[in-house]
Structures are given as C-alpha cells and as structure tokens.
Design a protein around this ligand. Structure first.
Ligand SMILES: NC(=O)c1ccc[n+]([C@@H]2O[C@H](COP(=O)([O-])OP(=O)(O)OC[C@H]3O[C@@H](n4cnc5c(N)ncnc54)[C@H](OP(=O)(O)O)[C@@H]3O)[C@@H](O)[C@H]2O)c1
Length: 424
C-alpha cells in the first residue's frame, strides 16, 4: 500500500449557512436557531510538506499512551525529534508496552508513565501536577488524547453503562484535557477520533458519538485560538484495539482497509505540520467502490468518494432480483431465493460456498450485528418486510429462503420494517 492510497483523506466542514435545501452530499443540523451544514471534501496531503514541528525541549503527553497506537505515537514523535514523553493510562503498561518503552529509553528518549483516569478530572489534575513537578520534564509542548475503549453492540442491546463506557474516556477525557490545558500555550492538542464518527459504523453508537464529540471540540477550540487537531483514523493494522478484535482481515475484505503503522505515523506527522488546524481530517485507506458494494445500506450519503451510481451487486440488485423472482415459477423461485440468501450470507461473512444449506449460520461466524445486516439486505432484495428476529428464528440458508418465499407470497412471516430493528 502506498502513502497515496492511505491519503484518501477527507475533511468535514461545519459552518452556519443561509436557509435552503440540503444538497445530496450535505448533512444539515439546527442548533440555537442556526442552520449548520456538514460536507466532506476529498483531499490528499501536499507532497513534501513542511516538517512536523516536533521539538526536543518540550514534553509530549499521551493519554492512552500505554495502548497500541499510544506507543506508536510515542515512537513516531521520538523519531521526529521529541525527547520527553509522558504516557498516561489507568493501569500499568502491559509486557509488550513495557518492552516498547525500554526500546525507546535505549534509543535516548526520556519516557515517564503515569496512572490516571482521563475521564476523572481529579485524577487527571493530579497527573498534570505530577508532570509539572518532574524536574527533568520541560513544559508541555503537545498533548495527544488517545484514551478510549470499545463497547460495541447492536443499539437494542446498548445500556446507559455501555454507552458511558464507550464515551467517557473519549468525550469526558477530552473535555478534562481542554480544562487542564486552556491556559497553557500548547503547540497542539491532538484528538484521536475515529472513522466511526464519519461512517457511523453499525454497532458503535456510543463510540461513534464519543468520537464525534472530539471532532466538535476541535472546532470549538480552534475557534478559541487553541490549536487542536482531530484525526478520524481508519483502523490500524497490526496493533491497537481493532487489530486485537481480529478485524484486520475483515476490513481488508470489505474495502474499508487498514493503516500500516509506518504510514499512520507518517500521516500523523503530516497532519501536525498542517497549521493552522481547522476541520477534522479523516485518514482512510479505503477502496470506496468495494466498500459501497459491501455495505451500501449503512454508509452515509454525504461521502463524496462513494460512487454516484450504485455499483453492480448493491442497490441495483434488489429491483432486478425481485423482478426475476416474480417472473420465476415453482421450484425455480425457491432456488433463486436460496442463491440470493447464500450470496448475501457470503457478503456478510466473507465466505458462503463453504456454508451448507442446513448449516447453522451462527456456528459459521454470524453474530448479532451481521444478522441485522443480513436481514436488512434480504428485505431490500426481496422488497418485503421481515421480523427483526428472522435470522435468529431461521438460522440456516434453507430456512431463511423458505421463510422469504412465504413472506413474498404473502403467506405469513412479513412484518413492518420498524426502524428500531436497525443497528444504527
Ligand atoms: N486502533 C485503531 O485502529 C483505531 C482507529 C481509530 C481510532 N482509534 C483511537 O485511537 C485511540 C487508541 O486506540 P488503540 O487502538 O491504541 O487502543 P488500545 O490499544 O486499547 O489503547 C487504549 C489505551 O487507552 C487507555 N485508556 C482507556 N480508558 C482510559 C481512561 N479512562 N483513562 C486513561 N487511559 C485510558 C488504555 O489503558 P488502560 O486500560 O490501562 O487505561 C490503553 O492504554 C483510541 O482513542 C481509539 O478510539 C484507534
């Protein structure tokens, strides 16, 4: 993968505009009687841009610094000239992070670790005070906010506590950093947001909201004159939360892609060099056509990088499929439905030919989120409402095809497609 591919970055703009209709690639929101429009602009980083303003005489504090991307950020900053690094996490670094810290120290970096909860102002105030008391540490140059945790699940299975868990370190943590640094002359506050805030990834309601808060906070702080960069990262390969969740392969297959660590580090430095900071920037290694084909029903329409016309196999298919189904007779109808269910199972699982008609889909890797996507895709293809639990109640390709046949023939099974059944 080249840097060029990785740099399929987009920029989102929010600013008040005159009254009017939203264009197809716009998102409109009203706040305090003002109309705001969000747009996404494709962009590529300027080749050979200015070097990142990283300096040896300042301290770089990284919340979530003991995690996968935190350690990578420390390595990147050190390689770019930083000497003093402070890594903050709630717990002590694990064995792998400890090895990484040792390597950084061997390479001449001064690395300190502090235990604090980013979402707890008292705890973070104590950490900042402790950093300030360390004689060896120069004044803060920049703060990178990476503290974050996942608690993914379908919206119907979310609880207040789960949403809080996915949002607290991100949103409350970022606000605490704002309070703690607003009178400090920082070169930058860098907020590690996520592509979930841009793409609205199914199953990540709390996490996406937490990241969206970071994007808004960056705009707010920049308006106050406090240099703040929000970076909506795509998923990194080989390290971090997404890699640990075993998603690297799925992400490559879907077209969303993954960011190799060296390219992520280069992108971070490139973004740090872009002054003044303005709107959030997404760094995505995405093949948009493939992603649209894979997840057309869940992608926000404001993405200008998506193909304008539905690619073959996505939105074009349902109308064709239903027409073919209506024209078919007898056993042919059932065979068509089995083929379509198998194709869609293949789309959500990444492999279908290996799944027997009577093989339990959940034993073959389906989970609650992919079951929702499967139901959604089948509804679109057959243009018929299906019960929310249809895949759970008919968990094989044959059983699903049989149920669809009855639903299409109006012989039971059909039900209004309530929005409350969708994942996001
Ligand atoms: N990995 C990716 O592909 C990816 C993509 C987009 C965005 N991001 C964002 O990048 C950041 C780092 O992700 P990662 O992949 O490196 O995750 P990670 O390996 O799980 O690291 C997260 C770090 O945050 C710390 N943390 C969690 N809650 C905290 C809290 N309340 N206060 C202080 N520290 C806290 C964790 O340590 P303790 O548990 O010990 O506190 C851990 O060190 C996250 O904000 C994530 O949303 C990651």
């Amino acid at each position: 993968m080249t840097l060029k591919r990785l740099a399929t970055a987009v920029r989102r703009t929010r600013r008040p505009v005159r009254r009017g209709r939203a264009a197809p690639r716009e998102q409109v929101g009203y706040a305090r009687e003002r109309r705001h429009v969000a747009r996404v602009h494709p962009r590529r980083p300027a080749p050979g841009g200015a070097p990142a303003p990283v300096r040896p005489d300042g301290t770089y504090l990284i919340t979530g610094g003991t995690g996968g991307l935190g350690l990578e950020a420390a390595r990147t900053l050190h390689a770019a000239g930083a000497r003093h690094l402070v890594l903050v996490g709630r717990g002590a670094p694990g064995a792998e992070t400890a090895r990484g810290i040792t390597r950084l120290r061997d390479a001449g970096a001064c690395v300190r670790t502090f235990t604090a909860d980013a979402a707890d102002l008292e705890s973070m105030t104590a950490a900042f005070d402790a950093v300030g008391r360390e004689a060896e540490l120069p004044p803060l140059a920049a703060v990178l906010h990476l503290a974050g945790a996942l608690d993914d699940g379908a919206l119907l299975l979310q609880t207040r506590d789960r949403v809080r868990r996915a949002m607290a370190a991100k949103a409350v943590g970022a606000w605490n950093l704002h309070l703690l640094t607003r009178d400090t002359d920082l070169d930058a506050l860098v907020l590690y947001s996520s592509a979930s805030a841009l793409l609205g990834t199914p199953g990540q309601a709390g996490y996406a909201a937490g990241n969206a808060f970071l994007d808004g906070l960056a705009s707010y702080r920049n308006a106050l004159g406090a240099p703040t960069a929000a970076v909506q990262w795509g998923s990194w390969a080989g390290t971090g939360m997404s890699h640990r969740a075993g998603l690297d392969e799925d992400l490559e297959r879907s077209g969303e892609g993954t960011i190799p660590v060296e390219e992520g580090g280069a992108a971070l430095l490139g973004l740090l060099a872009e002054r003044p900071f303005a709107d959030p920037v997404a760094v995505l290694p995405t093949d948009w056509r493939r992603l649209a084909d894979h997840a057309a029903d869940t992608l926000p329409s404001l993405l200008p990088l998506l193909p304008d016309r539905p690619p073959a196999g996505a939105a074009a298919r349902p109308a064709d499929f239903r027409a073919a189904l209506d024209a078919a007779r007898g056993e042919e109808r059932r065979a068509l439905l089995v083929r379509e269910v198998r194709r869609q199972v293949g789309t959500v699982l990444g492999r279908a030919e290996e799944v027997d008609g009577d093989g339990d889909l959940f034993a073959n890797g389906l989970d609650s989120l992919t079951a929702i996507r499967l139901r959604h895709g089948l509804q679109q293809a057959a243009r018929v409402g299906l019960p929310q639990a249809v895949v759970f109640e008919h968990p094989t390709i044959d059983a699903l095809a049989g149920h669809l046949l009855r639903a299409v023939d109006g012989d039971g099974g059909a039900e209004e497609d309530g929005e409350e059944g969708s994942a996001c």
